[in-house]
Design a protein around this ligand. Structure first.
Ligand code: SF4
Length: 495
C-alpha cells in the first residue's frame, strides 16, 4: 500500500495511509431543472476520486453561479441555502485531491473565466506533462495566473486563441497541451466533455430517464447510478462531445491511435460497482485475485484482505486457491478526515486508528494477506506487525498489482521514485522490510490476462502501465525541462 506524496500541514489520520490516490472526479449535467443538485449527488458518488475540495458551477440561462469549498461533498452541498444559490438546468462539478502544498480555495475547480464569447467553466481530471513549459510561455505573453493548478493553462490558451467559436478555441488549446485529461466544460450554449487522445483517464456519457432526456457526463458509472441516469457510452479517447438542446455532437480532431487507459483504474482507483471501459470493476478485481493465486499460491489456513480495497482480489484468490476467505482485519470507517492534529506520541498509532486485527480469527493461523499495491511499504509493515501480534504463525503477502517502480505523471498522486519501495528493492528485500514470510506480486502479463483476457503486447501495450514498467505513453516534457524556475515549479500542485 502507499502514502500520498504531498504533505498537507496537519495530515489527518484518514489521509495518513499508504495508497496511491486518484486525483479528481468530474461530473456535468445539461437539460435538467435541478442540475446543481444532481451534480452534488454525482460528486458524492465520486468522492473516492478526491476528498480535499469540491465545487459546482451552474448556468441558469443568463448567469453563471459558483460554490466551492474545502472538504467533502456532503459538507459542502448539504445546506439548502447553498443549493438555492446554484440555479439552472446546466451544471458541472469537480472533486479535487491535491498532491503538494496547501489546498486553497483558489485552486478548487471548476475554474471559471469570462471571455469575449461569454463565460466558461472547466473541471479537469488528469495531469498535463508540459504545463510548466506552457505556463512559462503564457506568463511571458502577459497572462496573469490566478491559481497554481496546471488546469488553468487551458483557460489562458482558450483566451488567447484566435479562433472564433468556443469549440474551435478549445481544440486549439488542446492541441498545445500534452498529458492526461478528461475535461468537463460549461458555456452558456453547451456542456462539453473531452478525453485526451490516449484516453488515460475515464469519462462517460449518460442520459437521465424521464427528464426530457437530460444528458450527464461523469468519471464513472457509479455517478450515473446515484442520479438514475442510464449509461450511454464511454467518451472515446481523443473525442470531444458537445451537448446542447439539439443533442450530442461528436468531434474527433486527432488521428485515431490505440488507447492507453490507466490500468490502475481497474486495480484500485475506480469504485468496485462501476463499469469501466465496458468491464465490471468488481469482477475484474476478483479475476486478478484468481490469477494471483494461480501464479503464487502457498500453503495457508485463511486468506485475509487488507480492507477495503483488497477485498474483491482476496475473494478471487481464496476461491481459486480453495482456502477460506476471512475478515481478519476490521476497518474502522469512522476515522474522520479531521479526526486529530496528530501528536508525535500518537501519530505512530495511525494504522491502528484505521485497522484492527480480528484476534480470535488470526491466532494460530497461517495467513495470506491480499492487498492491491505496495508503495512506500510503511502501512504494509504495520499491518503485518499487527497480524503477527494477533497470533498469526505465518504471514504471506500477495499483491494484486505488479511492483510499483515508477511515479505517475498522468493524474495519480505517487511519491517521488526514490521513495517507492519497489524502485529500490527486489522482492526478497521488500519481504524482509515488510516483515512477511513470503511476498509475491501479480505479473504484468497475469494482470493483463485478468483485465483484458490477453497478455501485454510489448510493442503496443493495451493500457498505460507506466508505474509498473516505466513505459510512459505521453512525453514527460516538464520532467526533462531543467530550466523551470521556482515560481513555475509551483505548477507541481495539481488539481
Ligand atoms: S502511470 Fe500508472 S497510475 Fe499513472 S496513468 Fe499510468 S497506469 Fe495509471
Amino acid at each position: 500500500m502507499v502514502r500520498p506524496s504531498g504533505g498537507l500541514a496537519g495530515m489527518s489520520a484518514a489521509r495518513d495511509d499508504d495508497h496511491l490516490r486518484e486525483e479528481c472526479g468530474v461530473f456535468g449535467v445539461w437539460g435538467a431543472a435541478d442540475a446543481a443538485a444532481l451534480t452534488a449527488l454525482g460528486l458524492h458518488a465520486l468522492q473516492h476520486r478526491g476528498q480535499e475540495a469540491t465545487g459546482i458551477v451552474s448556468f441558469d440561462g443568463e448567469r453563471f453561479h459558483s460554490h466551492k469549498a474545502l472538504g467533502l461533498v456532503g459538507d459542502a452541498f448539504s445546506d439548502a441555502r447553498v443549493m438555492a444559490r446554484l440555479p439552472g438546468a446546466a451544471a458541472i462539478g469537480h472533486n479535487r485531491y491535491a498532491t503538494t502544498g496547501d489546498t486553497v480555495l483558489r485552486n478548487v475547480q471548476p475554474l471559471y473565466a469570462d471571455f469575449e464569447f461569454g463565460g466558461l467553466a472547466v473541471g479537469h481530471n488528469g495531469n498535463l506533462t508540459n504545463a510548466h513549459a506552457l505556463r512559462r510561455a503564457l506568463v511571458r505573453r502577459g497572462c496573469l495566473f490566478q491559481s497554481t493548478t496546471d488546469s488553468e493553462v487551458f483557460v489562458h490558451l482558450i483566451a488567447i486563441s484566435l479562433y472564433g467559436t468556443v469549440v474551435d478555441r478549445l481544440i486549439d488549446a488542446l492541441k498545445q497541451v500534452q498529458g492526461a485529461y478528461s475535461l468537463v466544460a460549461l458555456t452558456s450554449e453547451a456542456l462539453i466533455g473531452v478525453r485526451d487522445p490516449f484516453g488515460v483517464r475515464p469519462l462517460i456519457l449518460g442520459r437521465l430517464a424521464g427528464r426530457d432526456g437530460a444528458w450527464v457526463l461523469a468519471s464513472e458509472t457509479c455517478a450515473l447510478d446515484i442520479v438514475g441516469a442510464a449509461f450511454v457510452r464511454d467518451v472515446e479517447p481523443g473525442e470531444i462531445v458537445v451537448i446542447d438542446d439539439a443533442g450530442v455532437r461528436s468531434i474527433k480532431p486527432w488521428a485515431k491511435q490505440p488507447s492507453r487507459f490507466c490500468i490502475f483504474e481497474h486495480i484500485y482507483f475506480a469504485r468496485p460497482d462501476s463499469i469501466v471501459e465496458g468491464t465490471a470493476v468488481y469482477e475484474v478485481r476478483k479475476r486478478i485475485g484468481a490469477e494471483l493465486a494461480r501464479e503464487s499460491h502457498t500453503a495457508a489456513d485463511i486468506v485475509v484482505p487488507v480492507p477495503d480495497s483488497g477485498v474483491p482480489a482476496a475473494m478471487g484468490y481464496a476461491a481459486e486457491a480453495g482456502v477460506p476467505f476471512e475478515l481478519g482485519i476490521i476497518r474502522n470507517h469512522y476515522v474522520g478526515r479531521t479526526f486529530i492534529e496528530p501528536t508525535d506520541q500518537i501519530r505512530h498509532l495511525g494504522v491502528k486508528l484505521k485497522h484492527s486485527a480480528n484476534r480470535a480469527l488470526l491466532a494460530g493461523k497461517r495467513v495470506i494477506l491480499v492487498d492491491d499495491s505496495i508503495v512506500r511499504g510503511t502501512t504494509s509493515r504495520k499491518i503485518v506487525e499487527m497480524v503477527r501480534a494477533a497470533g498469526a504463525t505465518e504471514v504471506h503477502m500477495r499483491v494484486s498489482s505488479p511492483p510499483t517502480t515508477h511515479s505517475c505523471f498522468y493524474g495519480i498522486d505517487t511519491p517521488e521514485r526514490d521513495q517507492l519501495l519497489a524502485a529500490r528493492n527486489d522482492v526478497d528485500a521488500m519481504a524482509r522490510i515488510i516483515g512477511v514470510d513470503s511476498l509475491a506480486f501479480i505479473s504484468i502479463d497475469g494482470l493483463y490476462r485478468a483485465v483484458a483476457g490477453a497478455a501485454r503486447d510489448a510493442r503496443r501495450p493495451q493500457f498505460c502501465d507506466a508505474c509498473f514498467t516505466g513505459d510512459y505513453p505521453i512525453p514527460l516534457t516538464d520532467q526533462s525541462d531543467q530550466s523551470n524556475d521556482r515560481q513555475l515549479s509551483l505548477l507541481a500542485e495539481t488539481r
